[in-house]
Design a protein around this ligand. Structure first.
Ligand SMILES: C[S@@+](CC[C@H](N)C(=O)[O-])C[C@H]1O[C@@H](n2cnc3c(N)ncnc32)[C@H](O)[C@@H]1O
Length: 317
């Protein structure tokens, strides 16, 4: 069963459940500002099923606000009615994409975690040319890339490092996120001056062009290096990522429970070439171990290196 079918089944099950709840008057006063405990459980379960994200009861007001805003935008007046919209074939699938976008946190910024980028730089310094091709190739995957700042940061970092070498160099970045609007935004590569604040002026001048309205666009040359694709990180086995040299996944795992975190990180590790790096957000997973992965000791980071090509998982916990 793929994610769509599984989610559809959940929604059907949820509808049955909702009907039962209905009879218990849980849907009385079904206004946008009121969400009963039963309704909260249904919606958070749907979200968990669709994205794997866990929404604790403390975040109920966030859920109510986010769903409510979307319902107002499309003129829907009750949770029950909105549920029907989400359950309405292709339109429902599209609506889910917009809702998921509202329910996920997209906070990000350029050069967000300096120490992790230092790990990338060090890797680049040590990387040797391929004996067969005589060139240096680096493929990177930014998983949970939000609106693109992380992926373009990686592109700038690699570009800088490669410019220091006399070898024939090539790099490419795959950047994925479950949020379609974020991916669309990222593809354009247009950011307000505020979002570039704090960036080294030389970097900004080299990799951005100022538009007439004062915003900045990532140069076409850099944009060509980054391929943005909508993708759920929970469904990585049959995706088109293939093998890469660096997987960069930060500030994403925090939204999942422990079991899902292991599941995600195990899957990410399988996409690495031997010698490749998995760079996570510091403290985002505890006691994770994998027989093919060795922890890299670099202050303030959580990074692993693939030491062999097998796909055997064996957690330490
Ligand atoms: C807080 S942002 C982190 C962005 C960036 N990695 C950074 O560290 O600055 C988390 C991103 O994860 C995405 N996300 C959440 N669940 C996801 C899933 N199941 N698959 C892929 N992306 C997901 C969200 O849409 C959001 O853009």
């Amino acid at each position: 069963m793929d994610l769509g079918e599984s989610a559809l089944k959940k929604m059907q099950d949820a509808k049955v459940h909702m009907k039962k709840v209905h009879t218990k008057n849980a849907f009385e006063n079904d206004s946008l500002n009121q969400m009963s405990q039963a309704q909260f459980e249904i919606w958070s379960e749907l979200l968990r099923d669709r994205t794997g994200m866990v929404l604790p009861i403390e975040r109920k007001s966030f859920l109510v606000t986010s769903i409510g805003l979307r319902m107002r935008e499309i003129g829907v007046e009750s949770y029950d009615e909105y549920h029907k919209v989400l359950d309405s074939g292709a339109n429902g699938e599209l609506e889910w994409k917009y809702l998921i976008d509202r329910l996920t946190v997209h906070e990000t910024r350029f050069f967000r975690h300096t120490a992790s980028l230092d790990v990338v730089r060090e890797y680049m310094n040590e990387k040797t040319v391929d004996a067969k091709t005589g060139s240096l190739t680096v493929q990177v995957w930014s998983a949970g890339c939000s609106t693109g700042e992380e992926a373009y940061t990686l592109a700038m970092t690699l570009d800088q490092q490669m410019s220091l070498r006399s070898d024939n160099c090539y790099y490419g970045i795959m950047a994925t996120d479950i949020s379609l609007p974020s991916i669309k935004f990222a593809r354009k590569g247009i950011y307000s001056a505020r979002r570039l604040q704090g960036m080294d002026a030389n970097m900004r001048n080299q990799y951005f062009e100022q538009l007439e309205d004062g915003r900045y666009q990532v140069t076409q040359e850099l944009r060509k290096r980054v391929c943005f694709t909508p993708m759920n990180v929970l469904v990585t086995s049959d995706n088109a990522i293939g093998k890469v040299d660096i997987v960069f996944c930060q500030n994403l795992l925090i939204y999942f429970d422990k079991g899902r975190r292991y599941q995600i990180v195990d899957a990410l590790a399988e996409h690495l070439n031997p010698g490749g790096l998995l760079i996570l957000g510091s403290g985002e997973i505890l006691n994770w171990g994998h027989p093919a992965m060795k922890k890299i000791e670099y202050p303030g980071t959580l990074a692993y290196q693939r030491v062999e090509s097998g796909n055997n998982t064996d957690h330490e916990n």
